[in-house]
Write a protein that binds this ligand. Sequence first.
Ligand code: PAF
Length: 273
Amino acid sequence: MIIARSVSELRSALDTCKGGIGFVPTMGALHIGHRTLIDAARKENECVVVSIFVNPTQFLPGEDLSKYPRKEEADFKICELSGVDILFYPDVSAMYGEDEVRICAPDIRGYILEGTSRPGHFDGVLTVVMKLLNMVRPSRVYFGKKDAQQLALITQMCQNFFMNIEIVPMETVRESDGLALSSRNAYLNPIERQEALKLSAALKCATKMLMQGNTKSTEIKGAMEAILEPLDVEYVAVVNRAFELIDEVVIGDTIVLVAARVGMTRLIDNVWM
Ligand code: PAF
């Protein structure tokens, strides 16, 4: 595995790639969810590139940028063992200069739900993803469905900017008790971890209601809110794949989402219907 820390090192490393590139952008603290993305990239492409970069522009002031888990040694090992060809591990100065052009998230889809709770977050995500895609020039890029709004906006950006890249959405990986894997789960103490199960329990309830024939968003949201009640809930929402709020679930075109704080930790989860 080649470790590239600068853009020029990355370019030289990419020169050694023969065939299509599968790319997995990450912020590190890699877990089984990331492994699933890397494994898919390994199966479907000649060359696999992973980036690890805790992107400062997608954190709002007061968020967890400084304490975001950083696990360089373990992450390098995971990449190596997963058959990654190139690991791009830049620092902030390799990625950003002064007074730069930024990508702006769209006015509506970029500023509902996560965008309301974290205004400006998606500008930072889209900007860094645009930079990374331009540097790596992959044929395919892999993202988890857990960050559903991020996935929708990146897909839209690639369409709007006529970028010829296949975006591969991957299923959320869960612990056996239903907790969606996230690098931020590391912040949870044992009691909070137990509380966090309410997110997946609420989503399970939504699926069950739908299976029983209830497609009304307000009723599904109401039942979910009752389960989530003791938590500090930021939103429960029912949207279509284009991230428009909808009143009725349409099977094959619906995502039910939740964001809540458990103690000091903000968690998100969703189910695609
Ligand atoms: O999902 C993430 O880990 C990040 O938002 C991403 C896509 C790597 C951009 O920093």
